[in-house]
Write a protein that binds this ligand. Structure first.
Ligand code: ADP
Length: 435
């Protein structure tokens, strides 16, 4: 009866160790350890509540490796002492092992044998319950993790959707900006076309007006000439003076008109560009300035000049205007002119430098406009169109023109001619006036 109550006390894991010690004592042993079969690990493991020490031996922590058929049991004791194991007598079936320590015989265990299957089942159930609890905990943990993960995923998805919306908005705003840009580009092109057309109209108007003005002016000038020749003696001194004024003014007007027509024509003719030796263009310009060269005694030095792709007649005109000015706007000392060239990556730069009166920097841009002069005609004759013609010619060739001068020690006029000429605009075909 007492034995049965000790066995019954084993059912509670909380008091199992105590009940086991009691049972061991009852059958004459020192201690009892109970192991149960663990299906997952496929070894016998200590039953719940059975962790402890082997009496007089080390802590046992691990499991028992049985060989139930041969009834050999081996304790896995991580920190087992050297020497023989404690004497053990075991009662075992496929579900559990009762290992009794101490000097007792097997026959003492016989009364326990009928309880073995029941106890084994009990311990198995305990283990299974523990497993189930562990799994449930694991499942709970996984559910929590899954929850966290799904929250994180949700946040990421929201962020992505937001980013997508923003990028769509940015895309839409880019698209509308691009459309606005295209529209303003089209507007700009339209305006440019209108501007070009209006420029052409203006040029045409100036050309026609200048051309038509020539005729009455010539008539006026001719008849004034005739009047002076035939009827001069009928006029008093005042009348003769007035006639002189009229003739001078008509002559000046004709000069201006002629220059204006020359200026207009530059845009009308198609550019007859071909390789031109700049030295030859300079020589032609000097030949045209022969009288002024002799009269001024100018010292002209010309470095070696390149061959450029240009309209020879127009290039000669540029040299003629620049050299003519360099001689005309001289100081008292002997005029000196140096012509040189510099090679640039994409163009040739030609320089015409003089030791003349110079040009103050604030006038550098102005002098290239039509009819802009810095001095009176009495001081230096001219119509103020020479540099405007140079600018128009050089720009038609795709180059640039400018001047460097402090206004004291001479001027350095320069212009560039690209090595490769840009595509030319079509000539003004609608101009239908005789040259
Ligand atoms: P014009 O020679 O008929 O006056 P240009 O258009 O050739 O007309 O020149 C415009 C003005 O630029 C000149 O009136 C003059 O004041 C100034 N200029 C041009 N070339 C020179 C130069 N080499 N030295 C000083 N001034 C110059």
């Amino acid at each position: 009866m007492e034995l049965a109550s000790s066995i019954a006390a084993l059912h509670d894991p909380g008091s199992r160790a105590k009940a086991a010690a009691e049972l061991a004592r009852r059958v004459g042993g020192d201690a009892l350890l109970i192991f149960v079969w663990d299906e997952r690990a496929e070894v016998f493991v200590p039953a719940r509540g059975m962790r402890g020490s082997i009496p007089g031996g080390p802590e046992w922590k691990a499991f028992l490796q049985p060989n139930p058929e041969e009834r050999i049991f081996r304790f896995e004791l991580p920190d087992a002492p050297e020497g023989p194991l404690l004497p053990v007598v075991a009662l075992a079936n496929a579900l559990c092992i009762f290992a009794f320590f101490g000097g007792l015989g097997e026959e003492r265990l016989e009364p326990l044998r009928p309880f073995l299957p029941l106890l084994g089942t009990l311990f198995r159930l305990e283990n299974m319950e523990r497993d189930a609890q562990a799994r449930a905990r694991l499942a709970d943990d996984s559910a929590a993790q899954a929850n966290q993960l799904s929250q994180a995923l949700n946040t990421t998805r929201c962020a992505l959707e937001q980013a997508l919306r923003e990028s769509r908005e940015v895309g839409r705003s880019y698209a509308s900006q691009a459309a606005a840009l295209r529209a303003s580009e089209a507007q700009l092109r339209d305006l440019m076309k209108k501007l070009e057309a209006s420029n052409r109209e203006l040029e045409q108007f100036a050309y026609v007006a200048a051309h038509d003005l020539q005729e009455p002016l010539r008539t006026l000038s001719n008849f004034c000439g005739l009047l002076r020749k035939r009827n001069a003696e009928q006029l008093d001194d005042g009348g003769k003076e007035y006639l002189r004024f009229i003739l001078n003014a008509a002559g000046r007007a004709l000069d201006l008109i002629e220059d204006l027509l020359r200026f207009s024509r530059i845009g009308n003719d198609e550019l007859a560009a071909r390789p031109v030796d700049c030295s030859a263009a300079v020589a032609a310009a000097l030949a045209a300035l022969d009288a002024a060269i002799i009269e001024s005694g100018v010292d002209i030095r010309c470095a070696s000049l390149p061959i450029v792709d240009a309209d020879e007649r127009q290039l000669t005109q540029v040299f003629q205007n620049l050299l003519g000015n360099a001689i005309k706007f001289r100081r008292k000392e002997r005029p000196r002119i140096e012509i040189s060239a510099e090679e640039q990556p994409d163009a040739w730069k030609i320089v015409v430098a003089d030791n003349g009166i110079g040009i103050r920097p604030e006038y550098h841009a102005r002098i290239f406009a039509v009819f802009q002069r810095l001095h009176s005609r009495e001081l230096y004759p001219g119509t103020g169109i020479g540099l405007a013609i140079c600018k128009k010619i050089i720009e038609r060739h795709g180059g640039e023109i400018g001047v460097a001068s402090t206004g004291e020690a001479g001027s350095r006029f320069f212009f560039t001619i690209p090595k490769q000429r840009p595509p030319q605009p079509a000539p003004h075909t609608e101009l239908n006036v005789p040259p």
